[in-house]
Design a binder for this molecule. Structure first.
Ligand code: ADP
Length: 246
């Protein structure tokens, strides 16, 4: 067991009716790492994140997180273990303010019922202020989330995960539909988040992958075909072939 590693995936396999969507995958993520996962449609990227967060069950192999095996844990236990996942479409509470969205996502207020009895502490207030600064929404705290731009909603959702203090954040195409300035701000945001936790990003937008400028894993047919710095991977013959073939 290597202690620098937060996530260790060994020989991971999942079959859907005999079709191997993930086929003997070995994948390792360090504690303060921002990893980008790319690959053509159907490569297995979403399935990999589904397996890590327990939405899909592996048919073989092991997933270890913080030296603890996740492979057969229930989804809510995986969240409690420190894994946060954001899906592609933003799901914020449109009628609530940005502040309330963050407040309701904090660990003490997971359900509406418990939030009725939820004590607003100065610590929570300062944590929300700090997260709002991180996600560029300090000036929007009192407005309804429904009035935010698409990009700002994506950031709010990242904030709603950050308030739960996960050690690993998994994001599925976080810049889809964003403007160029929003995309650049998101690259900076993810690099800042990485200073305290690990981030795995599924991405299609190669400009964004280059802006992030971190280690890239390329999936194809449920296997890793290349892994390394973005410049190296982008020049890899196999990767070029797989992308041109689609
Ligand atoms: P990507 O995210 O890289 O586009 P996916 O992980 O969504 O790829 O899908 C990988 C492969 O697994 C695809 O061929 C897809 O059709 C298949 N697949 C994914 N989930 C299921 C499922 N629940 N049942 C059957 N096949 C699935």
């Amino acid at each position: 067991m290597n202690n620098a590693m937060l996530l260790e995936i060994e020989d991971l396999e999942v079959s859907f009716d005999g079709f191997k969507a993930i086929d003997g995958l070995n994948f390792y993520v360090e504690r303060h790492e921002l990893r980008v996962v790319i690959g053509p449609n159907g490569a297995g990227k979403t399935t990999l994140l589904d397996l890590i967060c327990g939405k899909t069950r592996a048919t073989g192999g092991r997933i270890t997180f913080n030296n603890r095996e996740l492979t057969r844990l229930a989804e809510h236990r995986i969240v409690q273990a420190g894994v946060g996942r954001k899906f592609q479409t933003p799901s914020v509470y449109e009628n609530l303010t940005v502040y309330q969205n963050l407040e309701l996502s904090s660990p003490g207020a997971r359900s509406v019922l418990s939030s009725l009895f939820f004590r607003r502490t100065p610590e929570l207030r300062s944590r929300i202020d700090e997260i709002a600064r991180t996600i560029y929404l300090s000036d929007q705290l009192t407005i309804s989330a429904g009035l935010l731009s698409h990009g700002q909603k994506q950031w709010l959702e990242i904030g709603m995960l950050l308030i739960q203090d996960p050690q690993l954040l998994m994001l599925d195409e976080p810049v889809a539909g964003m403007s160029v300035p929003e995309r650049e701000a998101t690259a900076a945001l993810l690099n800042r988040i990485r200073e305290n936790r690990a981030v795995i990003v599924i991405e299609h937008d190669m400009d964004f992958v280059k802006e992030i400028g971190r280690k890239v894993t390329v999936l194809h047919q449920g296997r890793i075909i290349a892994e390394g710095p973005v410049e190296k991977v982008a020049a890899d013959e196999r990767v070029i072939e797989v992308y041109l073939g689609h």
